[in-house]
Design a protein around this ligand. Structure first.
Ligand SMILES: C[S@@+](CC[C@H](N)C(=O)[O-])C[C@H]1O[C@@H](n2cnc3c(N)ncnc32)[C@H](O)[C@@H]1O
Length: 356
């Protein structure tokens, strides 16, 4: 496909029609569907507040990124006085502003919903994950590379056996991708996180409930803070604001999942204490985790290994793989995209090697 230059786009001084401008702005979407460039063709659909228009990136022409920000600024700063339709003008300004903020990285972007394609024994499924506009330190409002990698790896562990319901607990679920993928394999999954993350988690559980149920799985959500590992409030139908009815979780789980959970010195101890609290005593109980190997947090990973071995768990299987932690300035700056590449370590832990 040939690369268009910014000068090939309708220029403001030529007084382009609203349709031409909106079409161009749709093409300039740097939609971040997943972190797999090879998947973009199948999965790129970015909606929500990125704009009412949907565009399949594979059908759009490629635009040379040089000068695109300047082009967008020329639209935002124009009074578009040749366009009579006030609503169309608003839409053009909005879309141009969205395109500019996409080019400033994820934190500058608004809320968005993304579709993730996950392999399953019956073929691929698509999970729709909503991410609110990012605020402060709420890392759980974004979906991280390790979670997408583990979501895709889950079927390889053959955890769900025919005729046996599997109960799974996820710790620090964030937007819920891993827990939802597990439930789509037919497991009953409790997804947990902090109070501030829980409402968006509930939204994602609701958005994907149908696909989970079609596959004989179920999802529930709870608030479980690793600093108080013995208490988990399980919400049966709703979020914290509207639903007062919760029960205290009191079962243990044969499988626990966690991704990207180690980014402070206390995290390994807290996480492992929580695992110890909720992991069933069965010999075949398993803990499956995936963490990015960020230089700054390698001591945390080592610490996690040590704490896990202190509670009698050992690695049954482990490996490394590479994913995309974010889309950087996707399609805008190739170097940024490279920076988004992240190497992750996955591991499956159990009480004895025989259980493998
Ligand atoms: C980097 S995010 C990863 C989210 C998700 N697992 C993923 O990989 O996309 C870390 C998650 O751990 C949660 N978390 C951090 N500290 C926690 C704590 N003390 N108790 C429970 N969850 C915690 C955060 O709220 C956040 O959702």
């Amino acid at each position: 496909m040939s690369l268009l230059d910014v000068f090939d786009l309708p220029q403001i001084y030529t007084k382009p029609s609203p349709e031409a401008l909106l079409e161009t702005l749709a093409i300039l979407t740097s939609a971040p569907p997943s972190w797999e460039p090879s998947d973009i063709k199948d999965t790129t659909e970015c909606s929500a507040r990125l704009g009412r228009r949907r565009i399949t990136k594979s059908k759009a022409p490629q635009i040379n990124p040089e000068g695109v920000s300047r082009y967008l600024t020329s639209i935002v700063s124009s009074d578009l006085r040749w366009i009579q339709d006030e609503e169309a003008k608003e839409e053009i300004w909005n879309q141009a502003s969205f395109r500019l903020s996409e080019r400033s990285g994820r934190t500058a972007m608004g809320a968005l919903s993304r579709k993730f394609r996950i392999p399953s024994p019956e073929g691929h499924i698509e999970l729709s994950i909503h991410e609110p506009a990012l605020t402060g330190d709420d890392l759980g409002l974004k979906t991280w590379a390790a979670s997408y990698l583990l979501a895709k790896r889950l079927p390889t562990f053959n955890l769900v056996q025919p005729g046996r319901k599997l109960q799974v607990l996820e710790l620090g679920s964030g937007t819920g991708l891993v827990g939802l993928a597990m439930a789509s394999l037919g497991a009953d999954v409790v997804l947990t996180d902090l109070t501030s993350i829980h409402p968006n988690l509930v939204r994602n559980l609701r958005d994907n409930n149908e696909i989970v149920q079609e596959r004989n799985g179920s999802v529930k959500s709870g608030v479980l803070d690793w600093t108080e590992p013995t208490s988990c409030q399980l919400f049966l139908n709703g979020d914290l604001k509207t639903d007062e009815s919760y029960v205290n979780l009191d079962t243990k789980f044969p499988v626990i999942l966690a991704t990207d959970s180690l980014y402070s010195p206390e995290h390994p101890r807290w996480l492992v204490n929580t695992i110890e609290t909720w992991l069933a005593q069965d010999n075949d109980a398993k803990v499956i985790v995936e963490f990015p190997l960020r230089d700054a947090y390698l001591p945390e990973i080592q610490n996690f290994r040590e704490h896990m071995s202190k509670i009698g768990l050992l690695v049954l299987e482990e490996g490394h793989e590479v994913g995309y932690d974010d889309w950087g300035h996707c399609g805008v700056d190739e170097e940024e995209d490279d920076n988004a590449l992240v190497r992750c370590w996955w591991s499956c832990w159990g009480r004895s090697l025989v259980a493998k």
